[in-house]
Design a protein around this ligand. Sequence first.
Ligand code: NAP
Length: 254
Amino acid sequence: MDGLSGRTALVTGASRGIGQAVATRLAAQGAAVAVHYGTDAAGAAATVAAIERAGGTAFAVRAELGTDDDADTLLAGVAAGLAGRPLDILVNNAAAPPAGPMGTTTRAEFDRLFAVNVRAPYFIVQRALPLLADGGRVITVSSVATRMANPAQTSFAMTKGAVETMTRTLANELGVRRITVNAVAPGATRTATNAAAFAAPGLVEHIAGSTALDRLGTAEDVADVVALLASDAARWITGQVVDASGGLFLGPRA
Ligand code: NAP
């Protein structure tokens, strides 16, 4: 499978979890991948090493998102790594986790969440635009939190709602350059690093029982959907939020 041969990609938050799976998947299809991370240099190095072991091309780029110069730092590193090549695929995956219910969230936590999950992807797109090839892809990882109304995640869901709105608006703006802009919304997705969060007795069974496809998602499940949107076959899909949850909470199953 080499549908992305000769292309380049940036995946934010690719030191672990879904971002690591997306970077690995795009590289397996032939893309040269910029593997972004914030603090986990060892994780990013492991992503790069896995890609190279499989015969692919990748380089790591560090930038702490949520800071004043995050997008400038990131895109300077990406441009240096691409060495004159354009960027074909931008995957905004990195995000901070839910900050808690409204009753206990502080202003500082709220501001931090919006700085990492909304302001950073917005300005990453802005700074990436001069580098982005016509016919390229912008894919942002959202969450089923925008449609599930979970009181433990109000501010987090608000950040994901914001990037879904950005997706529709940007799609309309960038379509003249044949750049498609979409979001992917995972549901409960077990990764190597969040496995402990699903350890509570009965939780996995409860989630599976509320999911049409009857199981938790994996990072690879989500990465495949991102890769689909990155492919030429998805050239006519834009401005969409594609659910990648296996049908979590679609309604009663019986
Ligand atoms: P994760 O395991 O927590 O990994 C997050 C990644 O983002 C890491 O590579 C981390 O890099 C990076 N990151 C986070 N904050 C950062 C910051 N301030 N600066 C720079 N990098 C930062 O996340 P995940 O579970 O794979 O989730 C990936 C995406 O899917 C997120 O957008 C998340 O909201 C969405 N999602 C996940 C689930 C799920 O069940 N897993 C469900 C719905 C939606 P460093 O560690 O190097 O800092």
